[in-house]
Design a protein. Structure first.
Length: 350
């Protein structure tokens, strides 16, 4: 940072400015400097020169160090400002530090200038690094928050008490608010039990006690919305330690559609089982003629097999001829035709 250091000097006495520069060069600090002595020149230098360090005389006529400090705090707070003065009392020195000065140096003790500048540069570099880290942290937090709130599933974090009971809700995502109908601030003022049935809370407490202070598990339960609707959820839960406190992270998926599909499937199975039982019952009780193969119904009427099954089941029939019948009836047809031909020939001979 020192190789191309830019130092802006607010000083109305050129010789004092040269003395400060020579002191810094003797201290092996490489830099380029610009001296200004008016407010207008100072403002222009801030934009054009972009200083890394500012040395400001406390008592420049019409524009001194305190005024420069005020401008720097508003326009370039990351740039260290060192107040340099011929005479400055302790009260004024403290005031400069309160106003944002990095340090102050008396002109008759310029030997302090080099270490003060070096320290100011290190501190400024540290502030820049911290600022970058804080910005990166804020960006990561923003990305996490965006991901957290756009998850398809509801996510909520809550306390785990010492006796392993669900406690106060600590955090929720937007999906939780949307599914349950609460505002985020409302949920953060509630306990985990406020959104669960009593039976569900008893079961959850039992599970948490069995799991202890760590572990993950999945279970199904029913959560209650703000309007009182009971919504079935499958919840994947993990217990962990956060800042010395046991907390529970739950990821909950609405399984209303799954439950409805299961109910429809179970209903269909029951209907099929009922139909199968009915078919089996018919099979065991059907009175059938051993000669014509007709079936007698409950009213005593004899019906064709097709008609009876059509009335008592959902079966339909299509007709055809099996290979054995085809061979049998084909032979009968040929025999009949041959017989007629012989009879016709005999009649003609007579």
């Amino acid at each position: 940072m020192e190789n191309k250091l830019r130092i802006l000097i607010l000083e109305d006495d050129p010789s004092d400015a040269e003395l400060a520069e020579s002191t810094l060069r003797r201290g092996s600090i490489e830099f380029t400097a610009r001296r200004v002595d008016t407010k207008e020149a100072f403002l222009r230098a801030l934009d054009e020169f972009s200083p890394d360090v500012i040395l400001a005389d406390y008592s420049v006529p019409s524009f001194g160090g305190m005024a420069a400090l005020d401008i720097c705090q508003r326009r370039c707070p990351q740039v260290p400002v060192i107040v340099v003065s011929g005479t400055i009392g302790e009260e004024f020195a403290i005031e400069t530090l309160k106003q944002g000065a990095t340090d102050y140096v008396l002109k008759h003790r310029l030997s302090r200038l080099t270490p003060v500048v070096r320290r100011a540069l290190r501190e400024a570099e540290g502030r820049v690094k911290r600022s970058l880290m804080e910005e990166a942290l804020r960006e990561n937090e923003r990305k996490f928050r965006e991901l957290f709130n756009n998850l398809y599933d509801a996510v909520f974090l809550y306390q785990l008490t010492k006796d392993f009971k669900p406690g106060r809700i600590l955090e929720v995502n937007d999906t939780t608010c949307r599914l349950l109908g609460y505002e985020r601030y409302e949920l953060l003022e509630m306990s985990r039990g406020s959104i669960e049935t009593k039976e569900g809370m008893d079961e959850l407490t039992k599970i948490l006690r069995n799991r202890g202070e760590s572990g993950s598990f999945t279970f199904e339960t029913t959560l209650i919305s703000k309007l009182g609707a009971k919504i079935p959820f499958e919840i994947n839960t993990r217990i962990f330690n956060m800042k010395g406190e046991s907390v529970v992270l739950s990821i909950a998926r609405d399984i209303t559609d799954r439950r409805q599909a299961q109910a429809a499937q179970e209903k269909l199975i029951q209907e099929l089982q009922g139909a199968l039982a009915q078919v089996k019952s018919l099979k065991g009780l059907l009175p059938i003629c051993s000669w014509c193969k007709r079936i007698r119904d409950d009213k005593g009427y004899w019906l064709e097999v097709e008609a009876y099954l059509h009335d008592h089941t959902d079966a339909d029939f299509s007709h055809g001829i099996c290979p054995e019948c085809t061979a049998k009836y084909k032979k009968m047809v040929i025999d009949r035709r041959t017989g007629r031909a012989v009879q016709s020939g005999s009649s003609g001979g007579e």
